[in-house]
Design a protein around this ligand. Structure first.
Ligand code: ADP
Ligand code: GN1
Ligand code: MG
Length: 364
């Protein structure tokens, strides 16, 4: 095992014992390891993560946000009769009581309790399971309802500001840093044709039609742990981007990932479609929890959230491809371009099914 990792692990307040660690999960951002301790009493697992410093310019602020959010959630979960050690993340402290360790390279590391007997899916599953993940993300939003949003740092400025994301893409085009511009003309035309629409949600917010809430902002399927036996949502994880946002962001990002009939990086675009049964199932689960606190206008704008989060994510993948793959982890040449293409294909399918998407939400 990497001796650096061992020395990092030892700096947290953890039991004595034999330690092993291996890379874990399929996140695109942080470096995640599953750490196992073998002691006389048995085995115990923890999650160790190196926070991505390219993505999070102020990692201490991210840790600070997570401390506040998990502490708040622990109180809510206890009041609702749940188990806070399973239903929200628990940061492991150092002996000095800090919740991170900084190594010699200046990298920030954190450790969480491993939430056992759960699964996280990297691919869309059945509508029934997707409905349960909708319930979990909806519950998260409802439970965060009374949290003082102004106490959170903005971990990534303009994270879901779709017009700002469009401008970042245009900036990447102007710089053409990796010299890849000529191969992406068709994708850029696709975005340019939808520039006006990128404003739909921020305009509704600006006009006071919908409220700012504390949202998760990264609600893809593998950011919720489901009970391994029952499939029920146990814990919403990956709290790095919990910030003020719109209900439509959380709804939309889940649909973008989980109602796609193919993987996010599928190269055969004929496999990429919007599954209306998955869309409906998620909407039902999400609204059963978050719907209790949402206004009519917010609910009406959920389909727009699905479309804009998909378009926005496609623009982010495309910009990263043009910038030379600095932000998202890539595992093959052209990986970000493949991801961008699936997103744009999905947007096209949403446009073709737009009336049905509106109708499903109306009906629920
Ligand atoms: P990233 O920001 O890179 O996506 P995540 O925080 O989502 O990183 O973690 C990556 C993966 O590790 C998750 O998708 C999940 O499978 C697993 N994971 C993270 N935290 C825990 C935890 N506390 N217990 C069990 N599994 C976890
Ligand atoms: C990243 O961290 P992860 O893999 O759960 C990204 C999301 C994107 C997603 C696309 C902090 O999510 O915004 O939607 O990849 N997270 C961050 O798969 O940028
Ligand atoms: Mg994640």
């Amino acid at each position: 095992m990497n001796s650096n990792i061992l020395s990092i692990v030892r700096q947290f307040a953890i039991p004595e014992g034999e330690i092993s660690a291996k890379p874990y999960g399929n996140g695109h951002i942080n470096d995640t390891y599953c750490v196992t301790f073998r002691t006389a009493q048995g085995e115990m697992r923890l999650i160790l993560q190196k926070v991505n410093r390219y993505v999070f310019k102020h990692p201490e602020d991210v840790i600070d946000n997570i401390e506040k959010v998990t502490e708040y959630l622990r109180g809510v979960i206890e009041r609702e009769g749940g188990d806070p050690r399973r239903e929200t993340l628990t940061l492991i402290p150092t002996p000095e009581g800090k919740h991170f360790v900084r190594d010699e390279q200046g990298e920030v590391w954190r450790m969480y309790r491993f939430i056992e007997e759960t699964v996280s899916y990297d691919l869309p599953d059945t509508p029934a399971l997707f409905e349960l993940s909708g319930e979990a993300f909806g519950r998260f939003q409802r439970q965060m309802g009374g949290f003082p949003a102004e106490s959170l740092a903005e971990s990534i400025p303009d994270f879901h500001n779709t017009p700002a994301r469009y401008e970042q893409l245009m900036d990447a085009v102007r710089r053409n840093e990796a010299g890849r511009l000529d191969e992406v003309r068709a994708e850029l035309d696709f975005c340019t044709a939808r520039e006006k629409e990128t404003h739909a949600l921020v305009d509704a917010l600006g006009a006071g039609e919908i409220p700012l809430r504390v949202t998760h902002n990264d609600t893809k399927l593998n950011n919720v742990l489901l009970d391994a036996k029952t499939g029920r949502g146990v814990c919403v994880i990956d709290l790095d981007t919990v910030m003020p946002g719109l209900a439509a962001y959380d709804f939309g990002d889940s649909i973008r990932f989980g109602a796609n009939t193919a993987a996010e990086d599928e190269r055969d675009l004929s496999k990429v479609q919007l599954s209306l049964p998955m869309y409906e199932a998620f909407a039902r689960g999400f609204l059963s929890e978050a719907g209790r606190v949402m206004s009519r206008r917010e609910i009406e704008l959920l389909p727009m959230g699905a479309k804009l989060m998909t378009l926005e994510c496609g623009m982010r993948f495309l910009a990263d491809h043009l910038n030379g793959d600095k932000y998202f982890k890539v595992h093959r040449p052209g990986h970000n371009l493949d991801r961008a293409r699936t997103q744009f294909t999905l947007v096209r399918h949403m446009e073709e099914n737009w009336e049905k998407m509106l109708e499903i939400v109306r009906k629920l």
